[in-house]
Design a protein around this ligand. Structure first.
Ligand code: RIB
Ligand code: CA
Length: 278
């Protein structure tokens, strides 16, 4: 059984990634930690709790940072819907989040589980705080599979920046300099053929399960936004692409090792593209 810990700004694509991990037969998700990003922290946490309940899981959910380390918070609800789950008006989760802060939970759970796989699906604020407070945890992480960045390609928020890094570049710099064994799944791997086509969406709906219906329904806003934002037809699912690699590294057929640094000063990398939704 492999141990995972997942840090997420739970909105619709994160939710599909959580389903993948929570339903994987050989994975035990030790904890989910939430971070503000797509939607405010409270909403991310509600979404993570709701998704885990749909999976029949009682995995503990720990709320973390409600804003970046030093910048003002900029949400992504223009892409996922105001609630992050396609404005489907799902009922509130039955469970409550844990009282322990996500940063302390990340440190504790990683210390308790040497060899754990850390999957990050949102801005890196929690992880930056955890490795800063407890640098010793780095040696206990076997893989840090990270959705973020845009390697040699245009971003999805600015021509240079992908959302998870753009929200908190200072945190990203700390994480990329921390020594964590990072496997960066950049925006460039999450477009075009990685999208679900309308036929594939229909195929998923054809499974006729509650999870399949939820996975497609909660992504209805994202389907619209993907076409408006990047001109890509189909449903972009960056976090599920990342989780797929975390679950089965062999599906990554080409990879390379690089020094990565994060631009934190230039305005040229900050100005967001005109948002398609108010
Ligand atoms: O840029 C895509 C990433 O930003 C995904 O993780 C999405 O959920 C948002 O967090
Ligand atoms: Ca995310």
């Amino acid at each position: 059984m492999r141990s995972f810990i997942i840090d997420t700004d739970t909105a619709s694509d994160d939710a599909v990634a959580l389903i993948m991990a929570l339903r994987a037969p050989d994975v035990e998700v030790k904890a989910i930690t939430t971070v503000a990003g797509n939607v405010p922290l409270e909403q991310c946490t509600i979404n993570a709790l709701y998704t885990s309940e749909l999976c029949g899981s009682d995995v503990p959910v720990y709320p973390g940072a409600d804003r970046p380390l030093i910048r003002i918070m900029e949400y992504g609800d223009w892409f996922h819907g105001r609630d992050g789950l396609g404005e489907m008006n799902y009922p509130p989760p039955k469970r409550a989040a844990q009282s322990e802060h996500a940063v302390d939970a990340l440190i504790r759970v990683i210390r308790e589980n040497p060899g754990i796989v850390l999957v990050t699906l949102g801005p890196l604020t929690n992880v930056a705080m955890a490795v800063s407070k407890a640098p010793d945890i780095v040696k206990n992480v076997s893989r840090c599979v990270l959705m973020g960045g845009a390697a040699n390609t245009i971003g999805n928020v600015t021509p240079a920046a992908e959302f998870n890094i753009w929200v908190d570049p200072e945190a990203a710099r700390i994480v990329f300099h921390s020594g964590l064994p990072i496997e960066m799944v950049g925006w460039e791997l999450c477009r075009f053929d990685a999208n679900l086509s309308l036929d594939e969406i229909a195929m998923v709906r054809g499974f006729e399960t509650d999870l399949a219906e939820f996975a497609m329904d909660c992504n209805r806003r994202a389907l619209e936004a993907n076409l408006n934002q990047s001109g890509d037809p189909g449903l972009g699912l960056p976090d599920p692409v990342t989780m797929a690699i975390a679950l089965d590294p062999t599906i990554c057929t080409r990879k390379s090792t690089h020094h990565v640094d994060i631009e934190t000063n230039s305005d040229l990398t900050r100005v967001p593209m005109v948002r398609p939704f108010s």
